[in-house]
Design a protein around this ligand. Structure first.
Ligand SMILES: [Zn+2]
Length: 114
């Protein structure tokens, strides 16, 4: 299940940050995920994250998941643009040779309980 592995990596990265910050409890997690392949639902990802965070330093933390469009790059003219819906051609040269960049990147911001 793709969603689960995604929120698992969000949680792992957050717990890592908490450890580096001196084993703090996490107060808030804000994750920006690139929507890749199939559409996802931010609310259900949030719920999933809350569920798997139980028993960790992130239990009870405020979860905020934001989904952003993946960036596409045209292999013909090197133009990059955010994917919108099911964009299948390059808006500049109309080529269909597109590739996703930064597909699995997660931007994460955590704040900790002082
Ligand atoms: Zn192009």
């Amino acid at each position: 299940m793709h969603e689960l592995s995604l929120v698992q990596s969000v949680l792992d990265a957050s717990l890592d940050e908490a450890r580096k910050a001196g084993n703090k409890r996490i107060r808030k997690i804000h994750a920006r995920l690139r929507e890749s392949g199939h559409p996802m639902d931010a609310d259900s990802l949030q719920t999933l994250l809350e569920t798997i965070a139980k028993g960790t330093a992130a239990e009870g933390a405020a979860m905020e998941i934001e989904l952003i469009s993946p960036t596409l790059r045209c292999r013909e003219c090197d133009f990059t643009f955010p994917a919108q819906g099911s964009t299948l051609v390059c808006p500049r040269c109309r080529s269909g040779k597109l590739e996703e960049i930064d597909a699995e990147e997660i931007d994460l911001e955590c704040s900790f309980v002082e």
